[in-house]
Design a protein around this ligand. Structure first.
Ligand code: GUN
Ligand code: FE
Length: 454
């Protein structure tokens, strides 16, 4: 009867569509040696009791206490790992100034592997403690330090997708923080891809190299073209910033007379494994190109409020068939928590609805069909992220990875306000979404391995 590596018992919440969650009350989750959910057994299934009897009291049986729930681990589609060192600072200035006066000087320090290691250990640990089981990272231009970030993900058990950043244009980037030249930028990227692929052989949860032109303004045409070719040659993920702010979007229009989406596509950078951050100025034509190529959007609601004064119409892009997940954009977004980004996604979307401000003439602001529910924002942070990466993650479902966070609503020093023992589970779910903090995340599991507990 002991046929599964591990058996988990409890109530889980998972998305089944953007608008709908499924509540698996008191189910059994059978996880195999590869860390995959092999079977989910409901209380009414015939072997439920016999499975429980067989595993009770064993080391590989994990039963949730009262008030605890399983959620899928979060998938953060856009994190600048080095910028963790400046999170929470300098958000009152525009993107261009922020990059040049704060961000590039900070990132240049990651040539120092000791400093890089200190920050990267901390950011990966912090994201895990916030329930993020998979993260798509920008590192810096430095090949060695970028590899160190992938190694730290592998060691700590987080599923990390990591990019060595390319910024090769000497006209656009500071002298002390850019690739030496285009040839070196491409050679370093190729070496980095090969090194991460090697590392991946010993990381059960997966680590992946990501081709990473920072954004069009930082790269020459030759670099963009070469990166598109490398991504095709090694079938890698691709990430960049797309149509983020007035300035960045306008720069690309001046240089190519087209929007970022079509410019990136010309260089082979929009593929099924592409994830583009922000996309505040995406036209319907751009969105159709995203849908055709399988390119996903990393929606970064906190950062967009600061750098773009903008809210993207998520539901509208979903209707157009575009895959969308959620990104913290540390440190353009100050918070390492996707719970915070879920909340901001909902709040921002409510401010985008048409006709919200009665003192303005109708139609002067607002986008119809932009309002998101908390269930939809949860979808973005979980299932939407998994779809964006084309990986079987982000859902508590058979044949998906056992990537979960265990939420404790009765955490003694921080109880959630649940006073009725028969409260509807969907209401409890909403309270978790709005009120959970890292204190409530008791354990985090990735690919069947416990990677965090408190
Ligand atoms: N555009 C280019 N680089 C960056 C960055 O580091 N953060 C954000 N938010 N936008 C960018
Ligand atoms: Fe960013």
């Amino acid at each position: 009867m002991i046929k599964y590596m591990q058996l988990f018992h409890g109530t889980a919440f998972t998305s089944i569509s953007p608008k709908k969650i499924k509540i698996l009350k008191d189910h059994l989750f059978c996880v195999n040696a590869d860390g995959i959910i092999e079977r989910i057994v409901a209380p009414e299934d015939s072997d439920y009791q016999s499975l429980l009897d067989a595993y009770q009291g064993k080391d590989n049986f994990h039963r949730l206490a009262e008030g605890q729930y399983f959620l899928p681990g979060f998938i953060d589609l856009h994190v600048h790992a080095p910028q963790w060192a400046q999170s929470g600072t300098a958000l009152d200035i525009p993107l261009y100034d922020w990059l040049n006066t704060y961000t590039f000087p900070l990132e240049s320090k990651f040539s120092d592997l000791r400093f890089a290691g200190e920050v990267y250990e901390d950011v990966v640990g912090t994201l895990l403690a916030n329930g993020t089981t998979t993260a798509l990272y920008f590192a810096t231009v430095h090949k060695e330090a970028s590899l160190l970030l992938a190694e730290i993900c592998a060691k700590k058990g987080q599923r990390g997708l990591v990019g060595k950043v390319v910024m090769d244009d000497p006209q656009q980037n500071p002298e002390n923080y850019r690739d030496k030249d285009t040839v070196t930028a491409l050679a370093d990227t190729e070496e980095f891809i090969l090194a991460v692929k090697e590392l991946a052989k010993s990381a059960k949860q997966g680590v992946y190299p990501v081709v990473t032109p920072r954004f069009i303004p930082s790269c020459t045409d030759d670099a963009l073209k070469g990166l598109g070719e490398l991504a095709a040659k090694y079938d890698t993920y691709i990430q960049s910033h797309c149509s983020e702010s007035d300035w960045a979007h306008g720069y690309v229009r001046d240089r190519f007379q087209k929007n970022d989406a079509f410019a990136l596509h010309d260089f082979g950078l929009l593929r099924d494994k592409s994830v583009m951050a922000h996309c505040n100025f995406l036209s319907d034509e751009d969105a159709a190109l995203f849908a055709d190529t399988g390119t996903a959007i990393a929606h970064c609601p906190i950062s967009n409020a600061y750098f773009a004064n903008s809210v993207i119409p998520v539901a509208h892009f979903h209707d157009k068939g575009v895959e969308i997940g959620l990104g913290s954009d540390i440190s353009g977004g100050f918070s390492p928590s996707l719970f915070d980004n879920i909340r901001q996604a909902v709040i921002s979307s409510r401010m985008l609805e048409d006709g919200v401000n009665p003192s303005l003439p109708s139609g002067d602001r607002g986008v119809p069909n932009s309002r998101l529910t908390i269930h939809e924002a949860f979808y973005l942070a979980t299932a939407g992220g998994g779809e964006s990466l084309s990986l079987p993650i982000g859902r508590i479902q058979e044949s998906y990875a056992w990537d979960v966070q265990i939420i404790d609503t009765k955490q003694p020093s921080a109880k959630l306000p649940i006073f009725d023992e028969n409260e509807a589970l969907d209401d409890i779910f909403q309270k978790i979404m709005y009120l959970a903090r890292p204190e409530h995340i008791r354990e985090v599991w990735v690919q069947g391995e416990k990677v965090h507990s408190r």
